[in-house]
Design a protein around this ligand. Structure first.
Ligand code: SAH
Length: 251
């Protein structure tokens, strides 16, 4: 297996592929003022194995198109939708967030947790706007600096990983200049990282290593994930995911 296949193998059995939480998804629904009884069309972009998709399906009267470019994640999501009894509300779709097969103004809501960085926040919010109905809502979580300055080890790490990382005020400014009205913002709390994402991942390391013959490549992946976990624990005062809620302007 190459590195990509190993990463897929590590993550595809997980409930989520990034920090988040069911109650935080529900909180964002509340802040966005989404009517739980209205019949809605939602796109969940970069859905992974569907943590947020399943919560949206459970709480809303919606049809959710769940998009990811990895077929293995889409298959896992489809199985979970079936076993949760919500498959009628979910349309799984294997597609790239850079080339979405959507119609203009097709959706009431665009949802994206821990994924918009793959296209870049600024490009994502600009590109995806066309798929939202007038006054449609965008809800996206994005890695965010919590302070105006930070230690150089951390700054260097993120400059390398994702140079678009910035403060909430900078992200909100991007929303304003991209044709949205910012409606709400909150920071994902620590349990979204540690209890919901890193701890289940850490518990899966032994099985992952033994299923992959304890190979050097598999060990390198575990080491890289452990390093990321340590970096989070050391510097969690300085960064988290911000959840951004914005309404499309009627231009
Ligand atoms: N929303 C999920 C997954 C977050 S991880 C959760 O919160 O658990 C980011 C996801 O984006 C992964 O599932 C990855 O496969 C997907 N992704 C990355 N690049 C993509 C692209 N270009 N198009 C579609 N999905 C992409």
């Amino acid at each position: 297996m190459d590195e990509f296949e190993l990463l897929l193998d590590l993550h595809k059995g997980a409930n989520r592929q990034g920090p988040g939480g069911d109650s935080e998804t529900e909180k964002a629904i509340g802040l966005a003022g989404i009517d739980r009884n209205a019949s809605l069309k939602i796109a969940d972009i970069g859905c992974g194995t569907g943590a947020s998709t399943l919560t949206l399906a459970r709480l809303l009267n919606a049809n959710i198109t769940a998009v990811d470019f990895l077929q293995d994640f889409i298959d896992a999501l489809a199985n979970r939708a079936h076993s949760n009894g919500v498959d009628e509300k979910i349309t799984p779709l294997c597609a790239s967030m850079e080339q979405l097969p959507f119609e203009e103004e097709e959706f009431d809501v665009i949802w994206s947790e821990g994924a918009i960085y793959n296209i870049g926040f600024e490009k994502g919010v600009a590109d995806w706007k066309r798929y939202l109905k007038p006054s449609g809502m965008l809800i996206a979580s994005e890695i965010t600096w919590l302070t105006s300055s930070r230690p150089s080890e951390l700054q260097d790490h993120w400059n390398n990983e994702y140079p678009e990382i910035d403060t909430a005020s900078a992200k909100i400014k991007i929303l304003e200049s991209s044709g949205y009205t910012p409606i709400g913002y909150f920071v994902l709390p620590e349990h979204c990282w540690l209890d919901n994402y890193y701890e289940p991942m850490r518990k899966s390391f032994d099985a992952f290593l033994s299923r992959n013959g304890n190979s050097e490549e598999a060990r390198a992946i575990v080491e890289a994930e452990r390093h990321e976990i340590e970096l989070y624990k050391k510097y969690k005062a300085y960064f988290s995911y911000g959840v951004y809620i914005a309404k499309k302007l009627n231009e």
